[in-house]
Design a protein around this ligand. Structure first.
Ligand code: CO
Length: 142
């Protein structure tokens, strides 16, 4: 089994602070990590749930993929992140099985992770992110 954990469930929201406040009020949730990922045009807030996260995701610019998602689909479930031990190997295996890669090679994600996305059209309508803890290529601390 290539997937070791549900790393996160990502929910696209229009107002990150409002979403954080609602999760706090409704569930007593606190934010474990907050980060602007400039490359993806998003700001994210991670709420820890056991060994996984709920990732609240908000666009930082109008042309970003998450901004376009909000315009066409509205707020809601955006993608599921599956934790893997080896992002490159998991990506190769999924593509061999017919998955359509959005990232041809693993790339840096938030929290210093290494990630690759798979297109929802070839994955039962779900945008999938493969998440490996630590930087790619076996750097120090990975
Ligand atoms: Co994600």
């Amino acid at each position: 089994m290539a997937l070791t954990e549900v790393d996160h469930v990502a929910i696209a929201v229009r107002d990150l602070d409002a979403a954080i406040a609602w999760y706090a009020e409704a569930f007593g949730a606190t934010v474990a990590h907050r980060e602007v990922v400039e490359r993806d045009g998003v700001e994210e807030a991670l709420v820890a749930v056991a060994d996984s996260y709920v990732q609240l995701l908000c666009p930082t610019r109008d042309a970003s993929p998450v901004a376009r998602f909000l315009q066409s689909r509205g707020e809601g479930l955006h993608h599921v992140g599956y934790r893997v031990d080896d992002c490159a190997a998991a990506l190769r295996r999924a593509v061999a099985a017919g998955a359509r890669p959005i990232d041809e090679e693993p790339r840096p994600g938030s929290r210093g992770t290494t990630v690759a996305f798979l297109h929802p059209k070839a994955a039962f309508g779900t945008l999938i992110e493969l998440v490996e803890e630590g930087p790619a290529d076996g750097g120090p601390g990975s």
